[in-house]
Design a protein. Structure first.
Ligand code: SME
Length: 150
């Protein structure tokens, strides 16, 4: 599955679409392909400030968290530390921004352009402990590919 999905992401990235259309299509691809991916979206580092994230293309329920300061919530912590966060039970997190009470697990994968953090791939699941090592590998691979267009 991983190989098929990354191959599809490569094709999407190479296609004649705008950047946001490509990101939107990747969200749709992942949400359609993986049943435990209930919300799939990109947050982008705001140009100029480098202190906040703004919501980019996503698939899933609308969220009130359209702008997140570095350090705030799981996304903001991942940005501040430039590291991947895999939370198998969000109810145990103190620094967490809830989008929906249905969300049980979340993975946030940083995206770099060269050395610079430029965004994140954020996925929520309604299933507790939903994310495996295979998810992590898949999403890290996709984050590297997406870094090529951000
Ligand atoms: N739960 C995230 C906020 C973004 S939503 O999941 C879409 C967080 O704690 O940063």
């Amino acid at each position: 599955m991983t190989q098929t999905l990354t191959a599809k992401v490569r094709d999407l990235l190479a296609s004649e679409r705008s950047r946001s259309e490509k990101l939107q299509a990747i969200c749709q691809l992942l949400a359609d392909a993986v049943p435990h991916y209930d919300w799939v979206g990109f947050y982008l580092v705001e140009e100029g400030t480098e202190e906040s994230l703004v919501l980019g293309p996503y698939v899933g329920e609308p969220t009130e968290h359209t702008r997140i300061a570095f350090g705030q919530g799981i996304c903001g912590q991942a940005a501040a530390t430039e590291s991947l966060f895999l939370i198998q039970d969000v109810t145990k997190e103190e620094n967490y921004l809830s989008c929906s009470p249905e969300v049980k697990a979340e993975i946030v994968v940083p995206i770099f352009r060269g050395e610079a953090l430029v965004g994140e791939l954020d996925i929520d699941s309604h299933t507790r402990a939903a994310f495996s090592a295979a998810d992590r590998e898949l999403l890290e691979e996709i984050a590297i590919l997406v870094g090529g267009i951000l």
